[in-house]
Design a binder for this molecule. Structure first.
Ligand SMILES: Cc1cc2nc3c(=O)[nH]c(=O)nc-3n(C[C@H](O)[C@H](O)[C@H](O)COP(=O)(O)O)c2cc1C
Length: 387
């Protein structure tokens, strides 16, 4: 842990520990990775407008807020990331434990390697469940019922994955999306695995449990669907706005819409009964060429910011970036790759370290801009370019 002082450090260590195919799965964007790069460029273009002579040394700034009524220790949540068990055997269980210990919300991907029961058992705080229609609408109904019964407090419906994006790095390794990972894939990766013995040892010790447990659990007419069938149905039946009345009824709790980048879609989400929106371009992994996360956040806030809570992810790498997003009007920011880097670098302690560094930097940035709390942040603390 002593070697991890920034998210970039966690990324560097992760890159050494896992084989290139796994690292590039985490790292890659779609197509020419323009949206991936644009996320960072847009965040860096948000400047600070500080106030001197107002920061109280003690007490420290108040980092707490609420998201959909749930108190969190800082305005930073954990985004859903699939296939985490191949990054480290502790995967989503470690993510849920580390996020809870940091006082924030963990979002479990539908593409997890641990079951909902395993994740709730490991969790130390509130959990959201991210829904893909594995097994189509029929399978989605089963996943929603399981999430409700397991006590997940919100359902996050990802709208930007009608089909998997064109992840050219994955194609290079013969891992064509939708990525399926099993003993055969690992064997195919044998030359890489051999040069990453610690990773290989972990995978072997974990007995190659790399299957998609949520897909594997779906039944149809009393028979278990194969993971392959569940993935085909996922692509054949993506979620549509007219499904939201049904989804809200089935889940019975708040439904969050993830993957929105325009004001028009944000209004549709609100009309469909969304309780919150996550402005997201999937970390540049879906449609390359769509808006960067920060200008999309501003457009969505202008459209629906007075009606629902708006969160944002894509390119957040420092606490200062979280402060930028909240000052622009986001209720909270979320991170995908940063926690995946922490996990791939060092398991649960790696994630805990990344979250702690982000928290420290939120605290530091609030003091330096002269804001007493997260709640006090507004656009007067930042300058934005003409997006
Ligand atoms: C390796 C990886 C896997 C992901 N898997 C999912 C997923 O299963 N479901 C989902 O809604 N988003 C998924 N995402 C997108 C993240 O939830 C999030 O939107 C994105 O990572 C944010 O950008 P960032 O990585 O720059 O923080 C994934 C992202 C990564 C990097």
């Amino acid at each position: 842990m002593a070697r991890i002082h920034t998210v970039a450090d966690a990324r560097r260590i992760a890159r050494r520990r896992v084989p290139p195919a796994v690292f590039d799965y985490i790292e890659g964007g779609a197509g020419e990775e323009r949206t991936l790069a644009a996320n960072r460029e847009a965040i860096e273009a948000v400047g600070f407008v500080p106030r001197m002579g107002v920061t109280a040394g003690i007490p420290a700034p108040d980092l707490t807020t609420t998201v959909l009524g749930t108190p969190v220790s800082m305005p930073l949540l954990v985004s859903p990331v699939g296939f985490t068990r191949m990054m480290h055997p502790s995967g989503d269980a470690a993510g849920a434990a580390a996020a809870g210990a940091a006082g924030t919300i963990f979002t479990l991907s539908s593409m997890s390697g641990h079951s909902m029961a395993e994740v709730t058992a490991a969790a130390a705080g509130p959990l959201w469940f991210q829904l893909y229609y594995l097994g189509g609408r029929h399978g989605a109904a089963q996943l929603v019922a399981q999430a409700r019964e397991a006590g997940f407090s919100a359902l996050v419906v990802t709208m930007d994955t009608q089909i998997p994006g064109n992840r050219e790095r994955d194609h290079r390794y013969g891992l064509s999306p939708p990525l399926t990972l099993d003993r055969r894939t690992v064997t195919q990766m044998a030359p890489q695995a051999a040069t990453h013995p610690w990773w290989l040892l972990d995978v072997v010790r974990d007995r190659f449990r790399l299957e998609l447990v949520n897909a594997a659990g779906i039944t149809t007419d009393g028979h278990a669907m194969s993971a392959g069938e569940a993935l085909i149905h996922w692509i054949c039946e993506p979620p549509r706005w007219e499904d939201f009345a049904w989804l809200r009824d089935e889940f019975g709790g708040p439904v969050v819409v993830k993957g929105i980048v325009t004001g028009e879609d944000a209004r549709r989400a609100v009309d469909a009964g969304a309780s919150a929106i996550v402005v997201s371009n999937h970390g540049g992994r879906q449609l390359d060429g769509i808006a960067a996360s920060m200008p999309a956040l501003v457009e969505v806030l202008d459209a629906v910011g007075d009606q629902v809570e708006v969160l944002v992810d894509g390119g957040i790498r420092r606490g200062a970036d979280v402060v930028r997003a909240v000052a622009l009007g986001a209720r909270a920011a979320m991170v995908g790759r940063p926690w995946a880097y922490g996990l791939a670098a060092a398991g649960e302690p790696g994630i805990a370290r990344v979250l702690a560094l982000l928290r420290e930097d939120i605290d530091r940035t609030l003091r330096l801009v002269g804001a007493p709390s997260v709640a006090a942040l507004d656009r007067s603390y930042v300058s934005t370019p003409a997006w």
